[in-house]
Write a protein that binds this ligand. Sequence first.
Ligand SMILES: [Zn+2]
Ligand SMILES: [Zn+2]
Length: 425
Amino acid sequence: MDIEMASTHGGRGEQLSSLALRCAERLSVPFRDFYRELITPLIYEGRPMPDVRGIPVNGTVDGMLQAATIWVKAMNSLMDRSDLRRATLLPWRQSLAPRALVRTHRAWCPVCLHNFALQEKTVYEPLVWRVADVVVCPHHRVRLQVQCPHCGRGRQPSFGASTRVGCCRGCGKWLGRLIPEEATTIDELDTFLSRSVEDALSLSNVSDEIDLVSSEIAVRALRDVFWCGSSSQMGRALGVLPSQVVHFAAGTFPAPLHLFVRASYATGASMEQIFASNRFDVKASAGREPHFEVKRSVPRRLQLGADLVMRLNNALADGGKQSVGAVAAALNITGTTVWRRERELASRLAQMHAEYAGKETRAQKEKYRTEVIAFITACAARGITPGRRQVDKECGGVGRFSSDWKRAVIKDAMRQVAMLPKRTE
Ligand SMILES: [Zn+2]
Ligand SMILES: [Zn+2]
């Protein structure tokens, strides 16, 4: 298949799931069919195929675990290539801890997407947006978005039945656009982290041949060069428990991404020095002494619980504009789950939203009534009696009546206008 992995420059190479979506688009088939007809047979080569109904809602096809290996193999064979590992984090298997490294849901920079489309470049989603710690776009200084601005759907999976690159998995609308200046300040360290991850990915994105330095060797080198071989000094400087540094250096388990980013920030060592050349320039070192807070990883299950409580509380503080259903959609979970997990908050929100919706409906009716009267009056002044459908269309409706109250409003208004004294020319 004649389609190239997209990239604007080094560390901004395409993620595998984005490439898969573009392949389906190129073949002009819904993603579901692409997956069923072309990918599944390759994944289950020689083994009995399961009855494929849904599409795997699995973001980790871009990661470094089994799903990525399987998909790389299938896509390589489909596209007659051998280098698609570089569209995933697989090359980092020996260098970074897999835990919480990859986002299971999508994140995107709306300005990047907008620019890809505007410059008639390939619209794609870079691998860097898959790295969980990357929360800002360093090129546009905006936060990566995780929730559709049109329909509010959040926690979006990589794949859907007929989804396209750069579009929402809920409503299908385009996610690239210019967003207004955000009031939220962008943290310097967040920007540094995003840039570092791009630097790191530029090592593995461009060529498939790169041999990255494994985690324990990288940790030992940093510790020995910058902290005189002391794990406890290094741990204290980087906000990591010294006992953990000992384990990272011994290779008991690989170190997490944030340890290397913090080390780079504190010492000025580049990702290329840490993971490729191992040659450090101590004299030119940054010598920053930032205070990193100790990072404790929160299990995903608890993270969702915390997000849910926060969103429910925000919705309550917002006066009940959002329904329980909208909160659920934002987290891509069902309403039932919200009720099961947070019954008390959910029922308070439901009550508040009902009140809000009632008020909103009354306000809407009032606005409609005012517009109808104004229109009918204007018509009457010209001696015209408009039809009900026409009135509705003129007043923001679609000319079809799904509810009786509009008819009643129009009838009332007609009567009222007829009773008004005729304007004399
Ligand atoms: Zn951007
Ligand atoms: Zn949407």
